[in-house]
Ligand binder design. Structure first.
Ligand code: SAH
Ligand code: SF4
Length: 368
């Protein structure tokens, strides 16, 4: 829906802001909960159809507010059931989301930024550069749209049972809009997901890991990818500001803030770069006896990138070695690669990008 300048967009407003809106209009705050249920649980964007609101309230809403739904540019369906959507972010920009169906759950991998400034050397989004942060409405709009488009599960639940912030962008670099998005994902009046079913994946912006632990404490995944600072500096440049020891300290504090909280460490398998058994031993040394799980991600190639994926046998041996050290380790199955929807392949459309040179100052600015 095209934005209407003089109307307040209620889509993506957290409950407190929506209540404040009603109070400012001389209305009762509980209408916020009614409107949230209509928008997020029944998928209704027209006030006229919100039948538990009085006629006069509906008329007042019509004249002063609207519900701007996300604008979808395309949908691609993979032969393995994975679905990818391209969402417009205006001015020719676009971001992607991927739905991954599994028997026990439906996971939506969502974007948090148009591009990414952190420039990890193996990532298609990083290669695109950074344009801007998504708004809260744009973040949760991806979940809303998937739920509206996909058939419900056999138990009547929405198709999206799990949300992972593993699409385009670094979610903790967009902390201000991430927080209300998480609130809506968890709210009983909106998407109603449990904390365990919402995962924020970060390349390691330490101060915001601390804040997230205090303010939301959803599941945390950390893109580690290397066990030494020398290597991680080259793969994940934010490591030059927040090196491994500092990052892991923040992770253990995060885990300690919530009972039974494990941190998932993502580790992209790059042939002859980080996949030796000695590197597996070093990784185990960092994580063993900690509340840690490891998720190995076979590298997904994209045009213009020089890395190669480790062989299946190397990945199997690396995993076996970590397990030998007592670490719970899984290998991510590659899904949706026939539609370029696999991890790290999401490029969307990012133009007019802000060129960020990786000086320390710029990295700090990009993640502030
Ligand atoms: N910015 C966040 C979340 C988005 S990336 C982060 O970095 O954690 C989601 C995951 O995909 C990260 O673990 C990232 O390292 C991984 N990834 C990026 N490029 C990849 C590629 N080409 N192949 C496999 N995984 C990749
Ligand atoms: Fe950004 Fe994550 Fe890609 Fe790194 S891996 S460039 S932090 S999206």
């Amino acid at each position: 829906m095209a934005p209407t300048a003089d109307k307040k967009n209620l889509f993506g407003l957290p409950q407190g802001d929506l209540e404040a809106h009603f109070v400012a209009q001389g209305q009762k705050p509980f209408h916020a909960r009614q409107v949230m249920r209509w928008i997020y649980q029944r998928g209704v964007a027209e006030f006229a159809s919100m039948t538990d609101l009085s006629k006069s309230l509906r008329a007042a809403l019509e004249s002063g507010a609207d519900v701007q739904k996300p604008e979808v540019l395309s949908r691609h369906d993979s032969s393995d059931g994975t679905v990818k959507w391209l969402f417009s972010s205006g001015s020719g920009q676009a971001v992607e989301s991927v739905f991954i169906p599994e028997p026990a759950r439906g996971t939506l991998c969502i974007s948090s930024q148009v591009g990414c400034a952190l420039d990890c050397s193996f990532c298609a989004t990083g290669a695109q550069g950074f344009n801007r942060n998504l708004t809260t409405a744009e973040i949760i709009g991806q979940v809303w749209h998937a739920n509206q488009m996909l058939p419900r599960r056999s138990n009547g639940e929405f198709a999206v049972t799990n949300v992972v912030f593993m699409g385009m962008g670094e979610p903790l670099a967009n902390y201000r809009n991430l927080l209300p998005a998480i609130e809506l994902l968890l709210s009983d009046f909106a998407f109603g997901l449990s904390r365990r079913r919402v995962t924020v994946s970060t390349s390691g912006i330490v101060p915001h890991i601390e804040r997230l632990g205090d303010e939301r404490n959803v599941a945390l995944a950390v893109s580690l990818h290397a066990a030494s600072d020398a290597l991680r500096d080259t793969l994940v440049p934010i490591n030059r500001i927040h090196p491994i020891a500092e990052l892991l300290d923040a992770c253990w504090r995060y885990a300690a803030k919530h009972a039974n909280r494990f941190i998932t460490f993502e580790y992209v398998m790059l042939r002859d770069v980080n996949d030796s058994l000695q590197q597996a031993d070093e990784l185990a040394q960092l994580l063993a006896k900690r509340p840690a799980k490891v998720n190995l991600i076979p590298f997904n190639p994209f045009p213009g990138n020089l890395y190669k994926r480790s062989s299946a046998e190397t990945i199997r041996q690396f995993q076996a070695r970590l397990r030998h050290h007592g670490l719970v380790t899984t290998t991510r199955r590659t899904r949706g690669d026939d539609i370029d929807a696999a991890c790290g392949q999401l490029a969307g459309r990012v133009s007019d990008r802000v060129r960020v040179r990786l000086s320390e100052k710029n990295l700090r600015t990009a993640t502030a």
